[in-house]
Design a binder for this molecule. Sequence first.
Ligand code: SF4
Length: 396
Amino acid sequence: MTTRRISHEVHIGPHLVIGGSRPIAMQSMTTCSTMDTEGCVRQAIRIIEAGGELVRLTTQGTREAENLRPIREELNRRGYSHIPLCADVHFNPDVADVAAAIVEKVRINPGNYVDPARTFKHLEYTDEEYQAELHRLDGRFCRFLQICRRHGTAIRIGVNHGSLSDRIMSRYGDTPEGIVESCMEFLRIAEREEFPDVVVSIKASNTRVMVESVRLLCRQMEQEDMDYPLHLGVTEAGEGEDGRLKSAVGIGSLLLDGIGDTIRVSLSEEPECEIPVAAAILQAAGSRISKTEYISCPGCGRTLYDLPGTIRRIKEAIGRKAQADPRYRTLKIGIMGCIVNGPGEMADADFGYVGAARGKVSLYRGRQCVEKNIPEEEAVERLITLIETTLNKEQC
Ligand code: SF4
């Protein structure tokens, strides 16, 4: 069983807490212009209705930062005041200052917060030049932290592999060590300034680089006695099946290490499409259970009944029950084609449906066979009754 990495809680507005033992939060990002108030509000609502718990918006300049206010107000008016907004800021620390007074969280990118954008030209830094840039960063970031403190705004220090500064590249090259140091420079300042409301992320489009860098960041934070919560994501993952698999591999690997407090699945699709994928990844990793889990065999020459049809009927029946009673969403149900491997493979299921002989099915509660050799035509209904009776007894 995975032990979750210990992190401290960060409050993102009054209703969302990221880190600690809180459920791993799912978030997404709008894709329309932040000057398009109605478009952003509509997209944000679609994200929220899909299950998103935090909505991020591109915030290129001061105009966009100012326009976060009517977006926030309109969402409040339409009943979504409980969902925090995050401004996504690059290249201009003044924009981050404005946004911090309006929304609940601001993401900054260490690679371009005050350092000049990556030019690939200035790759030789003397110690003095290096320290001078660090000093400049320190002063500017401290001013931002003061604004965040005043407004109760959380921040994300979000490193992107593709936008490391020349300064970091000059010392570390394009390496996981450089990616991690880029983040640590900011965390050390936040730590010294006793500003705990920070979530950190390292993203890359290459899943190996992303996973390796995040693991290294966790080790480095531990060495320096820090426990900031982590946001996970694979950038530019693509779309369709490829994008989903890439995200599942990158995010899933870290979740299985016990790492991760919030996730975003980046897909080149409508933003609300990201949320069900995030939920499915969390479910598959056992990190956050939000729906009934089915353990079903692939079927083979031994299969004793119509496996796909039966799975569909059970899922439909349980789906209807789950709408009225959330306890159904916490169940694990095994559906196995035969007795050979069935009971063993579904050993951790709460209930099981196993082919016993041609046209005959046995039902299980945990590992115990409770109804043997019942006719296949009655079996789905009797499974549902068995689950219902058991849950009702537990309630008494
Ligand atoms: S559980 Fe039985 S039917 Fe299903 S794949 Fe295994 S052997 Fe085949």
